[in-house]
Design a binder for this molecule. Sequence first.
Ligand SMILES: Cc1cc2nc3c(=O)[nH]c(=O)nc-3n(C[C@H](O)[C@H](O)[C@H](O)COP(=O)(O)O)c2cc1C
Length: 337
Amino acid sequence: MANLNTKYLGLELKSPVVIGASNMVTKPETMKKLEENGAGAIVYKSLFEEQIQLENLEQSETMEEFEDRNPEMLSVFPDVEHAGPKDHLNEFKKAKELINIPLIASINAIYIKSWIDYAKQFEQAGADALELNFYAVPRDFNISAFDIEQEQIDILKAVKKAVRIPVSVKISSFYTNILHVVKQMDNAGADGIVIFNRLFEPDISTEDQKHITPLNLSNDDEYRLSLRYSGILYKNINADIIGSQGVYEGEDIAKLILAGSDSVQAVSTFYVNKPEHLKKMLDDLSEWMKIKGYKSLDDFRGKLSRKNIKDYKIYKRAQYVDLLMHAEDVFKKYRMP
Ligand SMILES: Cc1cc2nc3c(=O)[nH]c(=O)nc-3n(C[C@H](O)[C@H](O)[C@H](O)COP(=O)(O)O)c2cc1C
């Protein structure tokens, strides 16, 4: 077995697979199974301020204000019980006692004061690190990209000031210039950048002519966006690069680390293939490393990053032009008509 140890936000992990936040990790038996099958760490389901506020609010007027801000929350996580921060923190503490790998708390708040308060409370509850879940979709026609980004940077700075544990940010891919945003978060002291969160997209049933809430799992080829940005970010930021979205197999982990990820987060694969699949992912990664003669993840991390490859086109738009100019060869290779 190759050495799969790695560092994550300064924490020592025994494998590069961190279980991303989801409802799955609120179940003690699932958390235990993931630990037994080799998880490096677990990110606990996010504490969503809306959930708490909605539960506490009775005046419909104020209710509407919250629904306006984040209407997705209730439908994205329909089976999440509405729990106050105390309940969530208690569950978190129980989970922390249950497992022996790092447990990371995830926050998605509305007000800057809540981001700070929750961060402190999780630190006191024993969280090994914090993940700021910047889950947001634009809904106000009058707020600019700059304002949204600045608000996130301000939240990050305030949380970093308030706690001593490491703080990572989990961002979506919907920024005009991801590189600029990530660089600013890096400068603001982020210990890790999780690329990328998956935003909930509603669907419509044509039969009932109603909106429906699909589980919203990734497909198994979606890691490629993260692959691209891991490759570009490698050695350009101090924060850890955490590849995420569509990581289903051991081979995907190898690819992301080759590009420049420090570690990965995965969720959908465990819904589809069950938590036991993690062992196979790690065994496959280990076997591949053995075949290629790699003893540790450091031996190949970033080998195919933009810094380390000679072909300047790979990470540029020119790659697309290249594809257009040599389309015939590509179609032939994949036996397409
Ligand atoms: C059922 C479900 C619940 C989720 N809950 C959270 C959450 O509480 N906080 C969060 O940051 N991400 C949440 N996510 C997003 C995942 O953590 C992850 O970022 C996303 O699914 C992409 O990774 P994947 O392709 O491996 O699934 C959830 C995803 C699913 C499918």
